[in-house]
Design a protein around this ligand. Structure first.
Ligand SMILES: Nc1nc2c(c(=O)[nH]1)N[C@H]1C(S)=C(S)[C@@H](COP(=O)(O)O)O[C@H]1N2
Ligand SMILES: [Mo]
Length: 417
């Protein structure tokens, strides 16, 4: 039976698919994946990413359509790029997945689930999911992007997940302000940072826990929130059901999934995921000469500006002598996309694209432009975005030793026939 079954829990309706191996656990309101076997999906073929060792099998995980598998433990799944041409919002079942740890929980008890606030607060509080939903709701359209998105294109190559361009997605996130949650606990005068931990525990004592923190200014920003819905539905388990942190404009390493622990600190955060990884060179570009090491580093924070052609992929053939519409997306860290420029002659001449509907400064912004190729000719189609503070991309990519925050004028080569 392939249809979706409506299942009712305390959280409202969850639409689960039997085919995807979901079932309700024994405990009321418990949501369970049936163990390891849940992660053995049907093989749906492969996608070739355009770099060495770029073959990725397509496999359907629970609540997901077939996505490109990078690793199965932890679960790391990439969105096939053509999905970004289907709409400005990335469907939940196509949204990429990244877990650092192989110890991802496969069972969530939604009744007993609590988000605990502790540390440098006047009173410790535990919020059930229902408690959270009683706070004022907010909604923001925002891109969630892995710091290592597009790392596979780094030249020279760098270690880490060899993602194509699909470790990103755009969704409407609904939830409650972190500030409102912190206000209920009351901050002590010496509180300086807020640290977040998800439900998964390290798989071995030697493995560092995945915990991240924000300085107090950022934590109290009106745009930082705890989301319980994604595109109007509960979050898929793999994307952090029942709640995750949303830090619009900042890389997804901060978007802690299955958020259960909020600890207010009065000191620096010495944890591994702040001190030893997710760091970039401490300079304006967050970059070094390709192949060089960086001396001083700082934690990675906000996105570089990016733009992509989505209606055509490298190597495609187009019909010559006819008008086409080239379409794509652009986004930045929240200053807002001001212009998108398109070139069909390898960057000699640039033409202003028409921007699509504005869903807010953290969302993908669609764009389009007419293009009439001449029969028999090859084209290097390029796109460049500019934001409201003048940030853009260059023809040579930004490089750093971890392959973070890729930023380049993207090119798609097509031939008109
Ligand atoms: N609890 C938890 N949250 C996490 C992570 C994790 O390993 N555990 N990984 C982070 C990283 S590195 C990324 S890129 C995003 C991925 O979010 P997604 O799986 O919803 O696409 O989750 C972030 N939140
Ligand atoms: Mo990430």
């Amino acid at each position: 039976m392939n249809e979706k079954d409506k299942l009712n829990t305390e959280e409202g309706d969850l639409t689960l698919s039997r085919r995807n191996f979901f079932r309700l656990g024994a405990g009321l309101g418990a949501l369970a994946l049936t163990g390891r076997s849940a992660f053995v999906g049907a093989d749906e073929g492969n996608i070739e990413l355009p770099f060495a060792n770029g073959t990725r099998p397509l496999v359907a995980y629970p609540q997901k359509r077939p996505l490109m598998v990078h690793t199965a433990r932890g679960v790391n799944l990439e969105t096939p790029f053509h999905v970004f041409n289907e709409g400005v919002f990335t469907p939940n079942d196509a949204f990429f997945v990244r877990w650092s740890s192989s110890a991802m929980p496969t069972q969530i008890d939604t009744v007993n689930y609590r988000v605990n606030v502790r540390g440098r607060v006047k009173k410790q509080i535990s919020f059930s999911i229902d408690d959270l939903k009683k706070l004022p709701a907010m909604e923001i359209a925002a891109v969630c992007q892995c710091a290592g998105n597009s790392r596979g294109f780094s030249m020279p190559r760098v270690p880490g997940g060899q993602w194509g361009n699909g470790a990103m997605g755009n969704a409407k996130w609904t939830g409650v302000r972190l500030k409102d949650v912190l206000d209920q606990a009351g901050l002590e005068a010496d509180a300086t940072r807020v640290r977040f931990n998800g439900l998964e525990k390290p798989s071995a004592p030697s493995v560092p826990d995945v915990i991240k923190s924000l300085d107090m200014d950022m934590a109290l920003s009106p745009d930082v929130f705890i989301a319980y819905a994604m595109n109007g539905e509960p979050l898929p388990v793999l994307n952090g059901f029942p709640v995750r942190l949303v830090v619009p404009g900042w890389y997804a390493t901060y978007w802690v999934k299955m958020l259960e622990d909020i600890e207010v600190l009065n000191s620096e955060d010495e944890s591994y995921f702040m001190k030893s990884t997710y760091r970039i060179p401490a300079n304006a570009c967050g970059c070094v000469e390709p192949g060089q090491k960086s001396a001083k580093t700082v934690p990675i924070t906000r996105f570089t500006i990016r733009s992509f052609i989505t209606s055509l992929q490298d190597g495609h053939q187009v019909k010559g002598g006819e008008p086409h519409t080239v379409k794509g997306i652009a986004f930045d860290s929240g200053f807002g996309i001001q212009r998108v420029l398109f070139s069909s002659d390898g960057g000699r001449q640039w033409h202003e694209a028409t921007l699509g509907k504005d869903y807010g400064k953290y969302s993908f912004r669609e764009w389009q432009i007419p293009f009439t190729p001449a029969r028999g000719q090859a084209y290097g189609l390029m796109v460049m975005a500019v934001n409201t503070i003048g940030e853009s991309q260059a023809s040579t990519p930004l490089w750093n030793p971890s392959g973070y925050s890729r930023n380049i004028i993207e090119t798609v080569n097509v031939k008109a026939v």
